[in-house]
Write a protein that binds this ligand. Sequence first.
Ligand SMILES: [Fe+2]
Length: 296
Amino acid sequence: MPITIQKLTDTIGAEIGGVDLTRPVDDETVNVLKSALDDYSVLVFRDQAFDNDSQIAFSQRFGALENMLYKKEGDGGTPISNITNVDMDTNEIFPPGHHRLTGNSGNEMWHTDSSFKPVPAYCSMLSGREVPPEGADTQFATCRAAYESLPESEQRQLDGLVAEHNYAYSRSKVKGYSPPAEAIAQVPPVQHAVVRTNPGNGRKNYYTGAHASHIIGWPLEKGRHLLEELVVRATRPEFVYAHQWQPLDFVIWDNRCVLHRATAFDSAKYRRVMRRTTVAGIGPTVSETGEALAVA
Ligand SMILES: [Fe+2]
């Protein structure tokens, strides 16, 4: 059966059919999917009955996998993380106010995965094992269409800028949550290019989100304001795809050019069990002397 590709919106997302990713996939299929990810930024697959081993095996076809920061807390073990409101030891929903729920709430800020790492993520892959019947959408925003919508003069102002991304900064915005000191120590602040270019198709986007703290060489508040304005632009309705999860949905998104966020659901009533794998990027986005790289 041939692979089908159906656009989900004018600017972001495609639903892919005709492929079972839980079985070994050939190189040609991987290339088609990587090219579709370059073009559409978010790929949605239905009825993918992954277990952890098959999700890891498929994910590795896209590249080396990242290890998760919270390997001790993550239940699913590295390199697959467990994003859930269910205690895997007792199979019960975490009580309201549990620190894992507070930690999860940080995902409700627009962000791009692992931008706090020196080599930021290429793509993330999320498998919906148990999903609530209402709420808990994942929203995706294209920083490529948003960049392309800027006047040329504003695009030029962004070119060459470098931003600091800092996990401790983004967690400081999560009310009532202090991440383990050990996790903070693993990820000191890093620098990334503000404008990135897709090496496959040459299209540019800007790179911002909750971990982006400020612009190097600018007054802190001025840079922070710019990075937040860019988030506001990218999350206009015309640049957003909101995924409503069905059981066994599998979604891949391009962290190089997409912001995403979780949305709320009744976590005292419904179970949500998601497993995430993340494919590492191929290199840093700034040179050793701190200059933005043209393609990264
Ligand atoms: Fe995320």
